[in-house]
Design a protein around this ligand. Structure first.
Ligand code: MG
Length: 266
């Protein structure tokens, strides 16, 4: 696990703002009949405009073939963009990572396609809320399990499924750095690694309307719910500052969604 200097966190903020802009533009383009390949093209345009490169393209084995993960309907994460028109009532998760000057930013939003059922909208609202609850725990003096405990505290009362094997992660010069950042805290808050100033994490809760059981499709990437129920996934990259969390992939640094003041000049 690496601790970043204030100067390095500033560089990650630059990447984070590229991610924020791209996700905002892609979210605006989600509608019935649009395709996730359309969204991928929007993201490539934003990367090019900023002289940034993709965290995802070519990642892993088999190399990921796109600059976004687009996970629609029963897909939870790691979906590959394609030309299937989006359908009314689906949730579309868009996950995007950018590299600027060697530093990564990584975030995801889940956008309703047209009109969704109240049940689906509630799943999406609660999952986003769990992300912000978790982000608020990213402060000096905390422990790693505070994050998963915050997610569980928001999600569990609704009976949604949470995934055992898919976590957030440290982030910096690589998209995935130690530690794993679980969305579960079997022993509750107050356990695990100490959260110190300069630690940067990608926190990414995912929740499903059914159980947390998932399968991976034959493309070796797309994670889908085993029961076919819809899922929601939200993510931000956050830096721990002396004043608390600085949400690097939120345009306003998270100020509007965090109850505590956020440093804008670490
Ligand atoms: Mg991530």
């Amino acid at each position: 696990m690496t601790v970043k200097t204030p100067e390095q966190v500033q560089k990650m903020r630059v990447a984070g703002l590229v991610v924020a802009e791209a996700l905002e533009r892609m979210a605006e383009a989600v509608r019935p009949g649009a395709t996730t390949a359309d969204l991928d093209r929007i993201a490539r345009t934003v990367l090019e405009h900023h002289g940034a490169t993709s965290s995802f393209l070519g990642y892993g084995d088999p190399g990921f073939p796109a600059v976004i993960c687009a996970s629609v309907g029963a897909a939870v994460v790691h979906g590959i963009p394609d030309d299937r028109p989006l359908e009314e009532g689906e949730l579309c998760s868009i996950d995007f990572g950018a590299i600027v000057d060697g530093w990564h930013g990584d975030a995801a939003v889940t956008v309703p396609v047209g009109t969704c059922s109240p049940e689906v909208l509630e799943l999406n609202r609660v999952t986003e809320q769990s992300l912000w609850a978790a982000l608020r725990t990213a402060r000096p003096g905390g422990r790693l399990s505070d994050i998963g405990a915050a997610v569980e505290q928001v999600v569990r009362p609704h009976g949604y499924g949470l995934l055992d094997d898919y976590t957030g992660h440290g982030i910096g010069r690589s998209m995935h750095e130690p530690p794993h950042v679980p969305n579960l805290a079997p022993r509750g808050p107050g356990h695990g690694m100490a959260l110190d100033v300069g630690i940067c994490l990608a926190i990414e809760p995912m929740a499903t309307l059914g159980t947390g059981e998932v399968d991976v499709l034959e493309d070796e990437w797309t994670v889908v719910t085993a029961d076919g129920q819809q899922a929601s996934h939200w993510e931000h990259t956050v830096a721990i500052t002396p004043d608390g969390p600085w949400v690097l992939t939120a345009a306003d640094g998270g100020a509007s969604r965090l109850s505590s003041p956020v440093s804008s000049q670490l």
